[in-house]
Design a protein around this ligand. Structure first.
Ligand SMILES: Nc1nc2c(ncn2[C@@H]2O[C@H](COP(=O)(O)OP(=O)(O)OP(=O)(O)O)[C@@H](O)[C@H]2O)c(=O)[nH]1
Ligand SMILES: [Mg+2]
Length: 321
């Protein structure tokens, strides 16, 4: 995804939180109001109190050590520190075939939509894809995935409503082998982090996949709803405890004013952000790009202070004088 799309995707977070930086930076000296305003901005973007405070402490230290006096200088350093905090790069896409990818997460986080978008990605790279509707709880869930399957031209393995999701995964894994499928993408039902039996069910789904296809699942992606911010992170922990999650999909970045939660994912969950979702179409999923992410958040606030605008060139042929 090019820079513009990232900026669009992050517009809400930028406007609600980081947009304030422009006026903060406009005020020249590094007063206590400046630092408070900066910390508030970071908290409002939902980076989490701990990260926000660490950033402020580090920035104050840097400004002392380097003798910085202007807001724009601090903003530059903030850019660097934010980028550095996104230390975990997305995992390289696994090369083995068949590849099994399982999507997990709380209710409504964006799993099914993400399953379709990931299918679209693999199709685009020339792989044969299959979808498994292991969400057998809601009758409408399989249907939703089948509609995506139709649109993508991809076979969807489903089960009876209320049936064992492990059985769906078993059938899908068998079908993957039988039909020489390259990538099997498993959509699971949403579950609350407190539902221990449903967490155990996820473990079973993973075990079943591994019994049919050795080494599977190769990717377990935890789908987080960016609009839930830090709250979503607290819930996510139960998933990383239950199964070997390999990475995070941050969905709904476009609807969120809490995109700053992205900065806490590495440190809190110990996981890389693999993809971000920024809309409802098949194209609206992108591999995570730390630089574009930080740029998208800070874009509009990187204004040149008034006194630094270049003086008009008196020799310019466009000069009015
Ligand atoms: N704006 C926006 N909407 C999204 C994004 N991803 C998902 N959605 C919407 O969020 C809603 C829920 O998405 P689903 O993919 O059905 O979520 P789910 O996790 O499968 O939900 P359950 O199966 O009920 O747990 C749908 O209306 C999606 O269109 C995104 O990146 N941006
Ligand atoms: Mg779903």
């Amino acid at each position: 995804m090019e820079g513009n799309r990232w900026r669009q995707a992050l517009a809400r977070t930028r406007r609600t939180a980081f947009g304030r930086l422009a006026s903060l930076v406009g005020a020249t000296d590094l007063s206590s109001a400046f630092w408070e305003g900066l910390e508030e901005t970071l908290v409002q973007a939902d980076l989490g109190i701990k990260i926000a405070q660490t950033l402020i402490t580090d920035l104050k230290e840097i400004s002392r050590a380097e003798g910085l006096t202007r807001g724009d200088q601090i903003l530059e350093r903030l850019h660097t520190l934010l980028l550095r905090s996104l230390e975990m790069v997305p995992n390289p896409e696994p090369e083995m075939r068949p590849l099994v990818i399982i999507l997990v997460g709380v209710n409504g986080s964006g799993k099914t939509t993400s399953a379709a978008r990931i299918a679209h990605r693999w199709l685009s790279s020339g792989d044969k894809v299959m979808l498994a509707a292991a969400d057998t709880y809601r009758a409408a869930a399989s249907e939703q995935l089948e509609i995506w399957g139709d649109r993508l031209g991809v076979e969807v393995i489903t089960g009876q409503s209320g049936s064992d999701p492990g059985a769906v995964v078993y059938n899908a894994a068998q079908a993957t082998l039988a039909r020489d499928v390259d990538v099997l993408i498993v959509d699971t039902s949403g579950r609350m982090h407190t539902e221990h039996n449903l967490m155990a069910e996820l473990q079973k789904i993973c075990r079943v996949a591994g019994k049919v296809i050795p080494g599977a699942p190769h990717q377990v992606l935890l789908v987080l709803d960016a609009t839930t911010g830090q709250n979503g992170l607290a819930q996510a922990q139960a998933f990383t405890d239950a199964v070997d999650v390999t990475g995070v999909i941050v969905a709904k970045l476009d609807s969120s004013a809490r995109g700053g939660v992205g900065f806490a994912i590495n440190s809190v969950l110990g996981l890389p952000i693999q993809y971000v979702g920024f809309g409802e179409t098949l194209e609206d999923l992108s591999a995570f790009d730390a630089e574009a992410f930080v740029d998208g958040l800070l874009a509009e606030s990187e204004t040149v202070p008034r006194h630094e605008f270049p003086a008009p060139n008196p020799h310019s042929i466009n000069s009015n004088s």
